[in-house]
Design a protein around this ligand. Structure first.
Ligand SMILES: C[S@@+](CC[C@H](N)C(=O)[O-])C[C@H]1O[C@@H](n2cnc3c(N)ncnc32)[C@H](O)[C@@H]1O
Length: 264
């Protein structure tokens, strides 16, 4: 079956890559197409070619497009068992080592994943031992992550003990200042840039690479391995699989929960 006649999408992608410096090559085109279509509908542009014209005529549309390209769904304690396994199998070992923990939440969206990790790490290893870098490509999301303030309905999956220790207020709820001080939040494009740190103890990159083409995924796994210390741990999303040559550099801590330890 012919998948798509040339409807102008390829030339739009070329424009986004060269003029917008959007790393389109890394994203699955089916996913890009769906996201760009959201902007076509919103602007009333009748075709990809018309939309390309619109980008030329309305520079503000670039920002709207960038926001539309990312899927930002997230939550506190998303897939609770992953976090229970991390706490029991990984963070307990970090705590026993007595060394400070350096972690990276890559693709942290509006911060829920980063604050979940920060609370658990601080609970296991102490505030002073917790250093978390949280990054995303989407600046609007990062503003929300930095504000660290959420409607109470969004924190209902946070265990009461962690909530009492690290969150303040009832409606909305805010992450305590001493925990916020342990977390650095920065913009970072993982397709275009090298990891922002090395000798890391933990990288959590969950529900992000699913949007990337296989080559980009495999390159990232190699980069993640290089950025972790030997014995450092990588966590992926529940439906994401380690693939490519970097697989040989990891062993599963818990394959079902997609938790892997760097061994080489
Ligand atoms: C579906 S959310 C996942 C959020 C969180 N990790 C979780 O599992 O709940 C995907 C996030 O990846 C970010 N993202 C997409 N492409 C990226 C890139 N090239 N570099 C960094 N972040 C990216 C998006 O902006 C979005 O916030």
């Amino acid at each position: 079956m012919l998948s798509h006649v040339d409807d102008g999408f390829s030339s739009l992608v070329a424009k986004l890559t060269t003029e917008g410096r959007i790393p389109c090559d890394g994203y699955k085109h089916s996913c890009l197409r769906r996201r760009v279509n959201v902007r076509l509908r919103a602007t009333g542009a009748e075709s990809f070619l018309r939309y390309a014209d619109l980008l030329d005529q309305t520079p503000d549309e670039w920002a709207q497009l960038r926001d539309a390209l990312t899927v930002n769904v997230t939550s506190f304690f998303r897939d609770r068992v992953v976090y229970e396994t991390l706490r029991d199998r990984v963070f307990s070992q970090f705590a026993r080592s007595g060394r400070p923990v350096h972690a990276w939440s890559a693709g942290c969206a509006s911060g829920e994943e980063a604050w979940t990790l920060a609370m658990l790490l601080a609970d296991s290893c102490g505030l002073e031992g917790t250093h978390l870098l949280a990054t995303d490509i989407d600046r609007r999301c990062l503003d929300r992550a930095r504000a660290a303030t959420y409607q109470s309905a969004l924190v209902q999956d946070v265990p009461a003990q962690l909530r009492d220790a690290f969150l303040v207020g009832d409606e909305p709820v805010t992450v305590r200042a001493d925990l916020r001080a342990r977390v650095r939040i920065e913009r970072h494009d993982m397709l275009a840039e090298s990891p922002p740190a090395e000798e890391l103890d933990l990288i959590s990159c969950r529900n992000v690479i699913i949007y990337f083409v296989r080559d980009a995924q495999e390159l990232l796994f190699e980069r993640f391995a290089n950025a972790l210390r030997i014995g450092g741990v990588l966590v992926l999303g529940k439906v994401e699989m380690l693939s490519g040559p970097a697989r040989a550099r990891f062993k599963a801590v818990n394959a079902r929960e997609r938790i892997y330890e760097r061994v080489a």
